[in-house]
Design a protein around this ligand. Sequence first.
Ligand code: AMP
Ligand code: MG
Length: 399
Amino acid sequence: MILRTVRTLPPESVPFHLAVGRILAEPVVARHDVPSFANSAMDGFAVRAADVSTPGAVLEILEEVAAGQVATVAVAEGQATKIMTGAPMPEGADTVVRVEDTEEDNGKVRVATSLAAGTSVRPTGGDVVAGATVFEKGTRLSEPHIGVLATIGVVEPVVSRRPRVAVMSTGDELVPPETEELGPGLIRDSNRPMLLALVAGAGAEPFDMGRIPDDADSLRAALGQAAVEADAIVTSGGVSMGEFDVTKLVLRDEAEVEFFPVAMKPGKPQGFGTLGGTPFFGLPGNPVSVLVSFEQFMRPALLAMQGANALLRPRLVGVAGQDFHSDPSKEEFIRVAFMGDEAPPTVVQTGGSGSHVLSGAADADAFAVLPVNVDTIEKGDRVTLELFRAVETRVIERD
Ligand code: AMP
Ligand code: MG
């Protein structure tokens, strides 16, 4: 339903050094071969393979070519040209002997090995062929993509515009995170900073609309502004069955917004729809529910709005390092960490199971996904893992 609702945003060109995380709005086609000329993969001597079919050949050295230079004479029978890595192959030569396998003496070079034709030569088009589609439309650009774009002179790739996302939290109990002393019954607003970061991590551009009290008029005003200014809106809190669940109260009568329970844990109460045509995500209030529902519903939507081909995080099968229990009527997303680095990974739960235990989610590497109709996964059983973050985990001991 969400993916049917959201629309891909229009394309724009961006300088390639700012394009990491952006999604190609059109395919990238190579205008020339890479390498565009055959060149040496080693420092050594460019030779004719026919001359080095047996070890011990002695060849006359013609000249020396460094990277950026071009040979002035062709290599003929019995001859060699000294060549550096990246320098173009001279006419006539088809093979490079590495300098380690040679001895140079008085204008001659003795080649200690025999070599097959093409050894240590990087052929024309060996990386990218002229006219080929190098990257498909919908590819999310990573650092090596930027390097490849540079090799073919694409300095301003055409990508989809980033969705501008209005982020607001609701709740009379919320105070700004920087508050010195918490008054009775008050908590720091953690969902909004986390959502701002999650939105940015999905390649979108968040803007902060602050904390909204549990007051219908305040929320209505904020949503009205967001519907005009944003490409998508996300709220946290106020979507369940409580008397002060203001998000639901305000939007209950909107024709284009629905509130419904989803058979998942955490994240059961959800709201979704459009406000003046702008996609609206009414996430629950519990912080772990926010994380899980963002991952399941909003992140794929934001990627779809950017035209991405792949919308879902990677999944792999791991091994339960403990018993896991789940309500069989719901799909459950348990926060787990890898024990060690063996494959398949063995996982254990981090922190408590409550949807308020955000520190456990911070320690997790993955969600263990327990599908509907499963109530127990026993220690040693296979379990589906959804990798929702991949950061450095290996430690180097230093003194
Ligand atoms: P609600 O869905 O509004 O009833 O909120 C569910 C739970 O999440 C309550 O314990 C709230 O205090 C808590 N909560 C709601 N919004 C936030 C927030 N922005 N930051 C941290 N906790 C929140
Ligand atoms: Mg609330």
